[in-house]
Design a protein around this ligand. Structure first.
Ligand SMILES: C[S@@+](CC[C@H](N)C(=O)[O-])C[C@H]1O[C@@H](n2cnc3c(N)ncnc32)[C@H](O)[C@@H]1O
Length: 272
């Protein structure tokens, strides 16, 4: 089973809770990425790992023509409700069903890290981006700037076996994402950060929003929900405000890149 099949199943278990309660908390990142990608009236925009379509809606509000792809059919249903005229497709970021150079702006917010082969995914983002266009990839900032790391740590500690892979911050470590982007044939142009505070009036609402996410759904294969919830609740005790609300101060990062001019084997470099 490829990563899209696995991830699509995980992210599609509680799609309304994800799309309505949690996904919108990424909005400051989406705004920053769309701005960095130069999205405006008439731009052809592709959102890779579009989830419930929140960023796609913002792109459409800028006057762009929007396409999106995700592994989760239930999330795509919500995206289609939100933007009936956009082209939303089910699929795998590692193998996109779009022509070379089809888009002026390609964004991928918090999705490339879930792909089994990140280089294949980034190469696909490059392939579908027009020469002179922009590819913008966003994800968690470095762990020290992400208070949500407490949740990840509590989930990891609750599991009898550590989850596979190098953890949620593998690509967030300084230099890793720009390195992968360069390896995929994209030239890094700029980098940026966006503050995305996660605020919840109660722990119960926090739980509904967050248990809808793929990594927590994966954890539920190993530990009962009641136990996981209590482990996380205890780990978050220090973050509760006096009114019982919860706030996580988080910084996300993004890298802005453009396809490098073709110069592979068989393509001659013009004389200087
Ligand atoms: C954290 S959510 C991000 C959603 C949205 N872009 C946002 O910023 O809120 C990750 C999304 O990536 C999708 N995804 C993960 N791996 C994928 C893959 N290999 N191909 C397509 N979509 C994938 C999931 O289905 C999920 O909707």
């Amino acid at each position: 089973m490829g990563s899209a099949a696995v991830q699509g199943e995980l992210w599609g278990r509680a799609p309304r809770d994800w799309a309505e309660l949690q996904e919108p908390k990424h909005a400051p990142l989406w705004h920053a990425m769309l701005e960095a990608a130069g999205v405006r009236e008439g731009s052809r925009v592709f959102d890779a790992g579009c989830g419930g379509g929140g960023a796609a809606v913002l792109a459409a509000e800028r006057g762009a023509t929007v396409s999106g792809l995700d592994a989760s059919a239930p999330l795509l249903e919500i995206a289609r409700e939100r933007l009936p005229n956009a082209d939303f497709r089910i699929g795998d970021i590692e193998s996109l069903p779009f022509a070379d150079g089809a888009f002026d702006a390609v964004i991928a917010a918090c999705s490339v890290q879930y792909c089994a082969d990140r280089i294949a995914a980034l190469r696909e983002l490059r392939r579908v981006c027009a020469q002179g266009g922009r590819v913008v990839v966003g994800l968690w900032g470095v762990p020290e700037k992400v208070e949500y790391r407490t949740v990840f740590a509590a989930v990891r500690d609750a599991l009898p076996e550590p989850p596979p892979g190098k953890g949620p911050f593998e690509l967030s470590v300084e230099g890793v994402l720009p390195g992968l982007i360069a390896e995929a044939g994209l030239a890094v142009l700029a980098r940026g950060e966006a503050a995305c505070p996660f605020h919840y009036p109660t722990f119960e609402l926090f739980w509904r929003a967050n248990v809808a996410a793929g990594p927590l759904q994966a954890a539920l294969r190993q530990v009962a929900e009641e136990e996981l919830r209590e482990r996380v609740r205890n780990a978050l005790a220090a973050l509760h405000g006096p009114d019982g609300s919860l706030v996580f101060v988080n910084t996300f990062q993004y890298v802005v890149a453009q396809p490098q001019a073709p110069h592979g084997p068989g393509v001659s470099t013009p004389p200087a």
